[in-house]
Design a protein around this ligand. Structure first.
Ligand SMILES: [Cu+2]
Length: 505
């Protein structure tokens, strides 16, 4: 089936949708500043459900065997692409486990290069975190083990290799983790059956050259806007169609792109319920008809498809670093489809009506803090526009320092609460990720954030000219020697130096 047939053919799609989606055809011709990105005509493919890995129970632990490997993938029709992945040639299985389990990740690096594998969002000992200090040399093995104390939600695992995170993630070293609680989901009426009514939607963008090779550029200009591509993949497949088995589905939206921001909505503007963000559920479902996701952010949404009508998840242009300041790039900042849903065969099930989900920790309210604040840290995100940026090796700083492997920038006390004030005077937006914690956003430029941002988070967008305060628990693990990272999750910014490290003692 050609995409035109899906958009215009006998599926009852209205002309209105076709008008909106026609923007995506223009993407085929667009280029980003000077690269020769290639996008062949694509035809619709089936939604790709990632392999599910729930581990093997061995002596009270959930054991996962993860092999980093290289291979060939067919990402574009008729062309072969060299990629890397985990237990597969491109991207990775979805890892599912439960709170209170001890997980043991046995990682084998069968790539011809050093790699590191980070468990994004997890609260765990620093030596198990998989940051740049836990590099795994080619041919070596590494084991990470921790007791799961995070809340059920959608998480991320990906390369975090010193200076090479961006290109390794781009080539495919990334996947989704899910902490699940099926009993609680059942009580709340939240879809939770993997591949039946609960679907990962891991969104990445990639650029290719005409031979089908992945195109990755590290020029100064590319670093500033981050590496973005003109082919949108969901779970590694472009232009796919999900045919859900039930009429009420949970989509685990996951921005696994290096740098691209998404402003997501459905083609018929239908509402959906946001039930969880990065690190756990919201207190109440939020009814929305659009949601923004910057790199590394996740959102679990519930969508009612009981009308049986096909619908597309789409990006609306106008959000992200491609339209700020001198970065303005109309070619890449455009409307396009993410993927399609065709629910005519879905079994009809009751609508989602739950009003109250959970209670969040009561760390603060409009009157002030309910916990003692051990420290307030001030972190300034800087992009130097002078010679250092254009000709030097750096230009990306936090508090005027580029990342150094052997510098501890901050020291926190275990089992305390801190306020981190993230200030962004630079010309682009920066999604900031802090390891080993799930925080809550206090305010943006002094204003209480939207209800959609009221839950547990590990990544927060700090827009240009914005100051965002977050309240974070430092966690139970003490280690004076081994640090955790905090950094911009536009991975090219991270690799270029917009990262620091802290210990918890
Ligand atoms: Cu950044």
């Amino acid at each position: 089936m050609k995409r035109r047939d899906f958009l215009l053919g006998g599926l009852g799609v209205t002309a209105g949708i076709a008008t909106v989606t026609s923007g995506s055809f223009a993407m085929g011709q667009m280029m980003s500043g000077g690269n020769d990105a290639y996008r062949p005509p694509l035809s619709l493919q089936d939604y790709a459900l990632p392999a599910l890995d729930e581990g093997t129970s061995i002596q009270g632990k959930q054991v996962f065997k993860l092999t980093l490997q290289a291979g060939e993938s067919q990402l574009l029709p008729g062309l072969s692409t060299e990629t890397i992945g985990i237990n597969q040639n491109f991207l990775a299985p979805v890892l599912r486990f439960k709170k209170d389990q001890t997980v043991r990740m046995e990682v084998s690096n069968r790539l011809n290069e050093t790699a590191a594998l980070h468990w994004h969002g997890m609260i765990l000992p620093a030596t198990q975190d998989g940051g740049p200090h836990q590099a795994i040399k080619s041919g070596d093995d590494w084991v990470a083990e921790w007791k799961v104390i995070n809340e059920p939600a959608t998480y991320f695992y990906h390369s975090h290799t010193h200076n090479h995170t961006g290109e390794q993630v781009w080539r495919g070293l990334a996947g989704q983790m899910q902490i699940i609680d099926e009993d609680r989901d059942a009580e709340l009426g939240i879809p939770h059956q993997y591949g039946v009514d609960d679907y990962p939607v891991i969104i990445t963008d990639r650029a290719f050259d005409k031979s089908g090779a992945l195109y990755y550029s590290n020029t100064r200009m590319q670093k500033m806007q981050g590496m973005q591509g003109n082919v949108i993949l969901v779970n590694g497949v472009a232009d796919s169609v999900l045919k859900p088995k039930k009429s009420l589905v949970r989509l685990r939206l996951h921005n696994a792109s290096n740098a691209r921001f998404y402003d997501l909505h459905f083609s018929d503007n239908r509402p959906f319920q946001l039930v969880a963000t990065d690190g756990g559920m919201l207190e109440q479902p939020q009814t929305l008809n659009r949601i923004r996701l910057t790199p590394a952010e996740r959102a679990d949404i519930i969508v009612d498809l009981s009308d049986g009508k096909p619908v597309s998840l789409q990006n609306r242009k106008g959000y992200g670093n491609l339209n700020t300041g001198m970065m303005s790039n109309g070619a890449l900042d455009t409307n396009f489809d993410i993927f399609h849903i065709e629910p005519s065969q879905a079994e009809k099930v009751p609508a989602f009506t739950t009003a109250q989900l959970i209670r969040l920790p009561n760390w603060f309210n409009a009157q002030g803090f309910n916990v003692d604040i051990a420290t307030t840290r001030h972190l300034q995100l800087d992009m130097q526009m002078g010679p250092a940026m254009m000709f030097g090796s750096g230009g990306f700083f936090i508090n005027e320092k580029a990342y150094e492997l052997n510098t501890i920038n901050e020291v926190a006390k275990a089992n305390t609460y801190e306020v981190w004030e993230l200030r962004n005077p630079s010309i682009t937006h920066h999604p900031i990720h802090i390891h080993n914690t799930q925080f809550r956003i206090i305010d943006r430029n002094g204003r209480i954030p939207s209800a959609a941002e009221s839950g547990l988070k590990d990544t927060v967008i700090v827009h240009s000219e914005e100051t965002v305060r977050v309240l974070l628990p430092t966690g139970p693990y003490k280690d004076a020697d081994n640090p955790y990272m905090y950094h911009c999750h536009i991975i090219e910014h991270e690799d270029a130096g917009m990262m620091g490290q802290f210990t918890v003692t």
